[in-house]
Write a protein of this length. Sequence first.
Length: 131
Amino acid sequence: MEMKKIIKSWFLPDGSEVIKTPLNQEAKFTLYVDELIIGHLTLQKGVWEFKYSEDFIKQDIIKPLTDFPDKHKTYQTEVLWPFFSYRIPGLSQPQVQKVIKNRKINQNNIVELLTEFGQKTIANPFILLPA
């Protein structure tokens, strides 16, 4: 296995090496904590974008997310940030495979997986909902 794949596997959830960002699909998600909108995650033309909400920028109680330290910056990438991709459970888990099969989810499409599994995580208190 080449070094790039090995390093990548350290940071991606189980099975995510086959998950692709669709180039021709648009998606919008909103990230919340309690009732405060933290920010918006969008996908357009194969590029993910994260931007904090105006309400989040105005408040000073909750600190910016580690992956997105500048409240005023619009972040863009072609590969979904770990903060969001880790919300997708390992695809080899039997209960996850059952949901994928029953709901006819394309397990290679990160938008479909994030929509189905990304709402909550045990790693943080944030809720991610399709917009």
